[in-house]
Every structure is written in structure tokens, then in C-alpha cells.
Write a protein that binds this ligand. Structure first.
Ligand code: ASP
Length: 443
């Protein structure tokens, strides 16, 4: 039995927590490979080492040398080494790292040093080998993970090692430079290592006890989700349930390796298990979870006989592509078509140009733009082939007097996406939660 354990930034934030990590590992001999994130916040208002490292490079770019931000990074690592009672020459490592950050001069390299340094420290503390992700995690010329090379190199590096620590978050690009995944990317490294090791389970240790049925900032004390399918997870994490990086499922899904989300600070809690659909036993509820995001823009078009006009959508998509804009959803009617776009893609007057070019391209009878739309995803395999779920959903929303601006139901009936004004977001989520989970609402 092999388990790969990824520990997040809070779990690695100081010596006391790293001791907790060691205790967790020592409880189960199958926990053989560890993937570590850079030290995160110790308390609210504290800085994450990764953020300090981005700042450190800003300082290099301004003044030629690392400065105050890097001094804070040094303080964090020296403190951890001291707390763990390690006889590691951390001063030389930090000095070397400073020179390397100045010489390499990229944000990716600077940021990666948090995982590199904590990986080396954790390996020394646990008395097991360290594997540098630069030697083992490879990206191709287009910036995508080179899976074939990566799995082969990792398998080789793990061979003969009963245990090891692998640095999370980064790898090496086709030109030999360090490249990171997007933020929170150690989750992705954990999944890659689990796949390469042929693990039976990918344990993702964080600071919450798994996924909740909705955002606890909106509904107090929502129920926890004990089991999710990979597909439900993808829908929920893409729509803002950010317990796990939304790309972390791909490597494990291909190899059918389940993921278990666990809380380093409450290891007794069950957490959430994520499984392939074939092994997943639904909870019996139609809805598994609710997630959502604000700040979308909807471009709405009307044109009589649009359905008969060949290439109508294509011409609009060409406009979007010219401006490098990707869209999230494209709900359509016989004579209507809408594009839902993340508002962040439409900054600096781009929207006006896009609108004009769409008018030129397809001469619609009507074009309207709604900004500040929030999307709410109601997700669950239990909705499939069940009559009346959509009716319950829309009745619940109507009861709180919210106007639905857009509806998109995936053809797999795994999710229904509802667009409302951003200001109605919270009360809509509450109403939907109450409808599908109310029997478990605290009284
Ligand atoms: N340290 C990186 C970040 O803060 C990666 C990670 O923690 O997964 O985004």
C-alpha cells in the first residue's frame, strides 16, 4: 500500500506544525511520499513565503539585490530550522538562494524557492531523501506538463526509496528554466507524484476538514461532503470551492487513484473522499454541493432566424478569439445567444470594442451587455434523471424574489448553472442550500 501525502502551506508554516506532519506520517507506514508547500500564514495578517518571494524579485528588479522581503523569508526559514532543532546550514542555503534569485531573475524561479527550501528542511527533519522537482517535473515547449517524461523521471527518482520528500509547485520548462504551476499548484505536484508512484491513495492534508456543501461564509455551518466524484469535484472547484487546485484531479483520475482531503489540525475528522464515478456511492441527496463566483459579464444577442444563419456563432467566436477572450458558457435559444465571460478578461475598454465588432460581424436585432452577474453551480450526480429537481431549484430562488438572468444545464445533468445579479448572490446560495439540505440545517 502506498499513500502520497501533500501538506499545504498552513501545515508547513512553523516548527510545531511540521512536527504534527511528522506525527501524521508516523501513524501509517503506507504514507511514504511527501509533497510539501512553502510555509503559509501562521496567523491572520501573516505573510505567505511565496508572496514574500514574489516581492523579493520586485526588489531585485528595482534595486539589483534582494531586500526586506527576502530578509523576512530568511527569518521564517531560520525560525523553522531552530524550532526543529536541525543542524542544517540554513544560512549558506539562504545566501545561495539569494544569489540564484538575482541571477535567474524570474518570478517563477523566485517563487519556487519556498517549496525547494521547505522540502530540503522537511527531508532533513524526517531523515528521508529530498527530490528536486526541477529534475523530475518537466513541462513541454507549449508550457504544458510533459506527462510521459515526468512520470518516467519521477519513477526513476523514487525507485529504491521507501520514503522521500518532493518539492511541490514547480518543475522545469523545455528551455531548462524553473517554471511553476499556477497558485496553489503543489496540489498538482501531489497528484503527479501519486500517479508516478502508483499510489493507492492521494492524501491532501490542509487546514479544513474537506469540502462543505457550500461556502461557510454564506451559510453558517454547512454540512460536510463525505464523498465526491472527480467530475463533481471538477465542477465545484472550477466554480470557486477552493479546497483543492482545480487541475489536481487530472493525473490521479487517469490512474483511478482516489483523493482524500484531510485536516492536519483535526486528523480525527473524516474529511472528503474523491473517487471515480464507477466507485462512487452517491449520498442519496440530489445535490452534492453548491459553489459560485461573482463578476461575470453576459453578452446577449437576439436575431430573428438566427438558427438558420450559417456560421453565426462562429463569427462571434472569431471576434472573441481576436481579443484572446475565452468564454465560460454559451446558453442559446432559437433566436438568442449569450456569452458568459469572466469580467476580468474584459478590462480596459475591451468590452466596447468587442461589442462593436460583434455588431459588425453578425448585425444582431438586439445586443445587450449585463455586467456583474454571479454564477451559481448546483452540482450532483443525484440530479440525473430525477424529475422535479430544476423545479425545486427555481421555486426556491423565486421565493426569495431573485430574478434569474441565465440558466445553463450541462447535458450530463451533473450541474445546473444559474446566473443572477452579483448583489443577489449570497441570498440565492442560501435559498438553494436551504431547499436541498434543510433537513440538516441547525435549528
Ligand atoms: N506556495 C504556492 C502558493 O502559495 C503553491 C502552493 O502552496 O501550493 O501558491
Amino acid at each position: 500500500m502506498i499513500k502520497v501525502c501533500k501538506f499545504g502551506g498552513t501545515s508547513m508554516s512553523d516548527g510545531t506544525n511540521i512536527r504534527r506532519v511528522r506525527d501524521i506520517l508516523s501513524l501509517d507506514a503506507a504514507r511514504r511520499y511527501v509533497v510539501a508547500s512553502a510555509p503559509g500564514k501562521r496567523y491572520s495578517g501573516d505573510s505567505k513565503v511565496t508572496d514574500l518571494l514574489y516581492e523579493a524579485l520586485d526588489e531585485v528588479r528595482e534595486g539589483g539585490h534582494v531586500g526586506e522581503a527576502y530578509a523576512k523569508v530568511c527569518e521564517r526559514f531560520r525560525g523553522i530550522v531552530r524550532e526543529l532543532d536541525l543542524s542544517l546550514d540554513i544560512d549558506s542555503m539562504l545566501e545561495e538562494t539569494a544569489h540564484a534569485i538575482e541571477a535567474e531573475g524570474t518570478y517563477d524561479f523566485a517563487a519556487s524557492r519556498g517549496e525547494y527550501l521547505i522540502g530540503r528542511i522537511a527531508a532533513a527533519f524526517l531523515g528521508i531523501p529530498f527530490i528536486d522537482a526541477r529534475d523530475t517535473v518537466k513541462f513541454d515547449a507549449s508550457g504544458k506538463l510533459d506527462g510521459e517524461r515526468t512520470y518516467a523521471l519521477l519513477r526513476e527518482a523514487l525507485k529504491g526509496k521507501r520514503k522521500a520528500v518532493v518539492a511541490g509547485f514547480y518543475g522545469e520548462d523545455a528551455e531548462g528554466r524553473v517554471k511553476t504551476f499556477s497558485r496553489g499548484g503543489s496540489d498538482v505536484t501531489g497528484a503527479i507524484v501519486a500517479r508516478a508512484a502508483g499510489a493507492d491513495l492521494y492524501e491532501n492534508w490542509t487546514d479544513v476538514s474537506g469540502f462543505l456543501a457550500c461556502d461557510p461564509r454564506i451559510v453558517a455551518d454547512p454540512v460536510g461532503i463525505k464523498a465526491l466524484s472527480y467530475r463533481e469535484l471538477r465542477e465545484l472547484s472550477y466554480m470557486g470551492a477552493n479546497v483543492l487546485h482545480s487541475e489536481a484531479i487530472f493525473p490521479v483520475r487517469e490512474a483511478d487513484i482516489p483523493i482524500q482531503i484531510k485536516n492536519t489540525f483535526r486528523p480525527q475528522d473524516e474529511g472528503t473522499r474523491i473517487l471515480p464515478v464507477s466507485k462512487y456511492v452517491p449520498s442519496g441527496r440530489p445535490v452534492t454541493g453548491i459553489a459560485g463566483k461573482k463578476h461575470f459579464t453576459v453578452i446577449y444577442l437576439e436575431k430573428s432566424l438566427m438558427n438558420a444563419e450559417l456560421g453565426f456563432a462562429l463569427r462571434i467566436l472569431e471576434v472573441l478569439r481576436r481579443h484572446n477572450i475565452s468564454f465560460e458558457h454559451m446558453p442559446s435559444g432559437i433566436d438568442t445567444l449569450s456569452f458568459v465571460i469572466d469580467s476580468a478578461e474584459l478590462k480596459y475598454g475591451v468590452l466596447d470594442r468587442v461589442r462593436e465588432e460583434i455588431v459588425q460581424a453578425v448585425s444582431p436585432d438586439k445586443i445587450a451587455v449585463f455586467d456583474d452577474v454571479a454564477l451559481i453551480a448546483v452540482v450532483g450526480h443525484g440530479m440525473n434523471r430525477q424529475v422535479g429537481i430544476a423545479a425545486r431549484l427555481f421555486q426556491a430562488i423565486a421565493r426569495v424574489g431573485v430574478n434569474v438572468r441565465m440558466i445553463d444545464e450541462g447535458s450530463s445533468e451533473l450541474n445546473i448553472i444559474v446566473g443572477v445579479n452579483s448583489e443577489d448572490y449570497e441570498c440565492t446560495v442560501r435559498a438553494v442550500y436551504e431547499e436541498f439540505f434543510k433537513e440538516e440545517m441547525p435549528h
